[in-house]
Write a protein that binds this ligand. Sequence first.
Ligand code: UDP
Length: 499
Amino acid sequence: MEKPTTHIALVSVPAFSHQISILEFAKRLIQLHNHTTTTNFHVTCIIPTLTSPTTLYSKPFFDSLPPSIHCIFLPPVNFDDLQNNGDSVENQVQLSTSRAMPLVRDTLTSLVTNIATPGGTVAAAAAATTTSNKVVALIVDAMATEALEFGKELNILSYLYFPCSTMLLSMCLHFSKLDEIVLCEYKDHPQLIEIPGCIPVNGIDLPDSVQDRGSLAYKLFLQRCQQYRGVDGILVNSFLEMEDEATRAISPEKGSGNPPVYPIGPIIQTWPGGPRSSCDCKCLVWLDNQPLNSVLYVSFGSGGTLSQEQINELALGLELSRQKFLWVNLRAPNDRASATYFSGDLVDEPLHFLPVGFLERTKGQGLVMPTWAPQTEILGHSAVGAFLTHCGWNSILESVVKGVPMIAWPLFAEQRTNAALVTHGLKVALRPKSGNCVVVKEEIACLVKGMMEGLEGEEVRRRMKELQKSAACALMEDGSSTSTIYKLAYKWKTLGISF
Ligand code: UDP
């Protein structure tokens, strides 16, 4: 007899790293349930798009999703005006997602009612016919909060999927209060900023969106944070053992008025398998030939960029350190750190942007690849001893799961807050002292050497190994995050049983 199926709808945003996170959560839900229990889960993920649904590097990920996860890519929205205004990444993600909301609504209505609505997309109608079970819960990305009201309209449970740290979530849930009590710009605040359950941070380390209180970004951020309170629960991609105090501080039992918070992580990208690109092979083969823990892996995520001056200093600093390095997805220089966040544009010829003679001089010491790299595999390789990262939350969690200490090099969005957490809070990373200025080659060389060979590096490596163990515990069958997913799944299953 066919197993009963519980249907969950997800709403993501046009940013690949957010899509990876929410879909990996769906994969985990399905992996934990569909083989072992009497009920199956089916997940439909609605994805607003900006240009084509997938890119060269995201396609293998989507192609590898199991049949019980169905993605509906909405037609692209026009966001030229947002790009041209030089808006922040957060604004561009949120405003472009906003433009897709009428289609999100139609699609969800089709799924929930099992009928293609008159305004519904062809894709929605197709999904409604291929998945005959009604949706019992809606889970929306933290930047797609407008979709939450559709959950209420359609009378289904609505959750937020928060693909960042519990520290950032705590800040968001506390933000209306911060907005009241801090009267100046946060970066000018004379004291550190207090966030419930977290280490106090410098105002400058709060997310970009809140750095100009008169801006649209600030208004949207504040609005978003206020919407977080009205949901049935918040799934956060972190784990109790890593952010215990922050989780406790925001729990509803503390009289905070917050919704229940469910730490379900660390959820990280899992390699889909299948054929490898020649570049993937090249860097993995190169790593195979390096000594244990000897290589510094350098990456600025799916779209981070450096200025020409900073590229020069970084290259020369790596050279000066005499440590082995693997520097991937080198992009054309740009003074705006998030310049290629949506396009992920990479260049064919990194030579143009590196100091003259650098590649020749560092032959044997390092490898520079201007391409997308198999990051989780690289971090899991025994030759990799540290990760110089832009502190995107997925990259941090991947480093934690693989037990690789970090050099924190935040660029934009909430990355400085993440950097504060991993350096001062968890003490699993070192960070340059230069703050927001250009980090010079001497400081880079010193930091890299300290990380790879120094006592300070030894200490953060030891702490990272401890954190890696607790991450593995959280993911065990009876671990904290797995139990939380089971609890949620049980609730959804009992609501959604149908044949
Ligand atoms: N990533 C990858 N290969 C690359 C660059 C990035 O696999 O060459 C993946 C990385 O493993 C992570 C995601 O892309 O899962 C980047 O997410 P993160 O939150 O770290 O940063 P963002 O891209 O949002 O700035």
